[in-house]
Design a protein around this ligand. Structure first.
Ligand code: AHM
Ligand code: MG
Length: 328
């Protein structure tokens, strides 16, 4: 499709070329785009108004909640709850899942999200993001339950992220490839900029928090030492998953947040962070693993479960997996 096509037109055209698609995501993706524009507006003025700084509260993970986290969480829910397609939300910012209020029709999908990923980067003007994925609900009747969220990653029907970077981009997949749209602030629309994204077979970057070296497992130390010795890759680490994954998706290479001696399950959340990224990387021809198994074959046993995450180019992730095999 032509570069510059609007998101709405692109989704409608995709729908026409896949007659089995019912167009249910058209409205959802448009509403996600609207929420992303509103969050963009707040992010862009973050240094100017009283939106910076903590609320004084802590979230379920014991981390400081920034005002923008709360704002993004509320904005996405407010713009999606009325659509009639969703029955409930779960978010990294909420202790429990939240059903769509009874005065709206409850639909057959549920959404999980990290509304403001990379929150430690808000105050220092570094890229942040929103991550989401959508499942079909499994519960029957009016009341969604927790089992709607504790589904195997293979059941994901759509996923994506928004990066609030030097420009705002929406990258998503509904199972027919990965497509990226850049927000044109002059027209206020997301315009097609990256159709059919494919992760390069191999890349020139590796991405990991080296500050954790002392608590890494032996295979992680060996892999990173070897990578440095070879001098074929440069280290790039933003500390916002959306930004590190976005670069890896476009340029190739590997991003790792492994388990370590202190946190064997790593830091990232399976539902809100690992699942959506794994879905996108696989759709783009890359690999997503926790080091032992494919991320999308996992099933969380609780909403806020964590998982190691290794995503990237096929050749680069396979190399990491060889180190893990040797280290076991
Ligand atoms: P957040 O969702 O609370 O912002 O935290 C998740 C972030 C990821 O975006 C990023 O990959 C990771 O935490 C960075 O962690 P660290 O600071 O340990 O490197
Ligand atoms: Mg996050």
């Amino acid at each position: 499709m032509t570069t510059g096509t609007t998101l709405t037109k692109f989704i409608l055209e995709m729908q026409r070329s896949y007659p089995e698609a019912k167009g249910e995501f058209t409205s959802l993706l448009n509403d996600i785009a609207t929420a992303a524009k509103i969050v963009t507006r707040e992010v862009r003025k973050a240094g100017l108004v009283d939106i910076l700084g903590g609320t004084g509260k802590e979230n379920v993970h014991g981390e400081k909640v920034q005002k923008l986290d709360v704002f993004a969480n509320e904005t996405f829910i407010k713009h999606l709850e009325h659509t009639g397609y969703l029955a409930a939300f779960a978010s990294e910012e909420m202790d429990d899942f939240c059903p769509v209020p009874e005065y709206y029709p409850r639909g057959k999908y549920i959404m999980v999200m990290d509304p403001l990923d990379g929150s430690s980067n808000i105050d220092v003007n570094i890229s942040i993001g929103t991550i989401f994925c959508i499942f079909k609900r499994v519960s029957k009747g009016d009341h969604p339950d927790v089992n709607d969220f504790l589904q195997c990653g293979r059941n994901i029907v759509a996923a994506g992220y928004v990066i609030y970077g030097s420009s705002t981009m929406l990258v998503y997949s509904t199972g027919q490839g990965v497509h990226g749209f850049t927000l044109d602030p002059s027209v206020g629309e997301f315009l097609l900029s990256h159709e059919g994204i494919k992760v390069p077979e191999k890349g020139k970057n590796y991405s990991i928090n080296e500050g954790n070296y002392a608590i890494w497992d032996d295979w992680t130390k060996r892999y990173i030492e070897k990578t440095k010795e070879k001098r074929e890759k440069s280290l790039r680490y933003v500390g916002t998953l959306v930004a590190d994954a976005h670069r890896t998706l476009l340029k190739g290479g590997v991003f790792l947040y492994p388990g370590d001696k202190k946190n064997p399950k790593g830091k990232l959340r399976l539902l809100y962070e690992c699942f959506p990224m794994a879905y996108l990387f696989e759709q783009a021809g890359g690999i997503a693993t926790d080091g032992k198994m494919r991320i999308l074959d996992k099933t969380p046993s609780e909403l806020h479960e964590r998982s190691p995450l290794i995503i990237g180019s096929k050749t680069d992730v396979e190399e990491v997996l060889n180190f893990i095999k040797e280290g076991m």
